[in-house]
Ligand binder design. Structure first.
Ligand SMILES: [Zn+2]
Length: 476
């Protein structure tokens, strides 16, 4: 779900509220560092749990999606990209891998241009150059230095510059009390002048919470220094499609190396959603992979792994792993694992919108079902709210804006509400309830009609159930 940039009459549903996820990571890290493992259930996956034994596997896994290896793209070796790439904003040709001979001739052709200045950074390791710009980027955020921040952004891509100015405002608003730094782990050529770097982001809040997450951004050299960038719409290449079982992936040439993997995980996510929801999708579903903000409809500057819009009922949007907009992911898992959970979540929205109009049911009904299907793991915020008596009331969890004060809690609580509902009344009980609510808009009468229980009674029974599940007995 995305706040702002929301067209009238359209509902935006995304799992990703990425800043909340980053805080969740911080919270999980501090909980684990204190040895407090309460509130975790055995059946749930735990993407943010700090499990030392898994970390090595996860880091190896996370490197798999970095596309062409340095050896397979000889034209992109650090010394060759130097001058021509930096001074020529040419459109990369992702489908062809130029041979060394062709590169040599290109370099020769460009060399005599008067604008070409000697590149003093040509011998510097890209990883070092990228680390230097990343250091400046976070120094600017930590110190609230907008001019320094802007100096780290590719000035040749105006759209991207606007997105980054908005990012700066979002960070200042949400992360004023957070100190961040990032360590570049890998930097590999993608295509044309572009490099993708994966970095470990470390966050520490003033009250002592801390955490580590991974992120992958695109960089290129402009003049003598490296800049944070994204390919422009033109540089992404053609929009293509590939059909699978019930799903068609739409992707840009830029993402061609990951399309098979994304198609496979989308097929699994669709099958999982349909099975859990007990529906049989009759029409093919489209999933579009978004590698850049310029081609992400209606997203402004948000960090989201995926989203569904009720205005395009057959189409789901997923961010490309390895893009800035994908945001952060766990150091202990692959970004594709996060993508698959998000795909299951968003496909659940898409499929349930075919049965009940999502615009006519409550936040907890739609998000709870999507989180129940995605099975993302237990919620630290919910565990804390149970201990401290700060749950949302069922009647107030109507829409996104009503729960935006604590999204982590809102999603966690919604998931457990629907989990309980389905454990007790079955998936058909869920459908009866949401269909009754869709037509009446009345919570209590819908509960009585569909489940033969009052809304208050349901809420009280749920609290007892969830306190037991999270081992927070009695409550305040
Ligand atoms: Zn959602």
């Amino acid at each position: 779900m995305s706040s702002g940039s929301q067209a009238v009459g359209e509902r935006f549903l995304t799992r990703s509220f990425r800043f909340a996820v980053m805080l969740l990571v911080l919270a999980a890290a501090s909980a684990c560092s204190g040895g407090n493992r309460t509130g975790r259930t055995s059946s749930d996956s735990q993407p943010y749990e700090l499990t030392p034994g898994v970390s090595v596997v996860a880091v190896i896994e996370a490197t798999k999606y970095t596309q062409p290896t340095p050896t397979s793209t000889p034209t992109l070796s650090p010394t060759r990209t130097a001058a021509p790439a930096a001074t020529t904003p040419s459109t990369p040709q992702p489908t062809s891998t130029p041979s060394p001979v062709r590169t040599a001739s290109t370099a020769k052709k460009l060399a005599p241009r008067p604008a070409l200045k000697p590149d003093r950074t040509r011998d510097v390791d890209p990883k070092q150059g990228i680390q230097a710009v990343v250091n400046r980027y976070y120094r600017a955020l930590n110190n609230g230095d907008l001019p320094l921040y802007e100096s780290t952004i590719d000035p040749t891509n105006e759209y991207w510059l606007t997105i980054q100015q908005e990012q700066y405002r979002i960070w200042s608003k949400n992360y004023g009390d957070t100190t961040a730094r990032a360590q570049v782990q890998t930097a590999v050529p993608v295509t044309g002048p572009y490099y993708r770097a994966r970095m470990l982001l470390s966050l520490r809040t003033r009250d002592g919470r801390y955490g580590h997450v991974l992120q992958s951004w695109i960089f290129r050299r402009v003049g003598n220094s490296w800049k944070v960038t994204e390919p422009t719409a033109k540089q992404l290449g053609a929009l293509r499609s590939k059909r699978g079982a019930g799903v068609t992936i739409e992707y840009y040439d830029w993402d061609r190396a990951s399309v098979d993997r994304v198609l496979a995980l989308s097929e699994r996510a669709l099958a999982k959603s349909a099975r859990h929801m007990n529906v049989r999708p009759k029409r093919n579903v489209y999933v579009r992979l978004l590698p850049a903000y310029e081609v992400s409809p209606g997203l402004a500057a948000g960090l989201t792994v995926g989203y569904y819009r009720t205005s395009t009922p057959n189409l789901l949007f997923l961010r490309s792993p390895g893009s800035y907009g994908f945001g952060v992911y766990s150091p202990y898992d692959s970004p594709y694992a996060e993508l698959e959970m998000t795909a299951a979540h968003e496909l659940t929205h898409l499929l349930s919108d075919r049965r009940v109009r999502l615009t006519e049911i409550t936040f907890w009904m739609s998000e709870g079902l999507a989180e129940w299907v995605a099975d993302r793991g237990s919620s630290y915020e919910l565990e804390r709210a149970l201990r401290e008596g700060e749950l949302f009331e069922l009647s107030e969890m109507t829409e996104y804006s009503a729960v935006s004060s604590n999204l982590g809690l809102a999603y966690g609580q919604s998931k457990e509400l629907v989990t309980y509902l389905i454990e007790r009344y079955g998936i058909e009980g869920y459908w009866r309830l949401v269909e009754a609510y869709e037509s009446s808009g009345q919570l209590d009468s819908s509960f009585r009609k569909a489940l033969k229980v009052s809304a208050d009674r349901f809420e009280q029974d749920w609290k007892n159930w969830v306190r037991t599940k999270y081992r927070v007995e009695g409550g305040p």
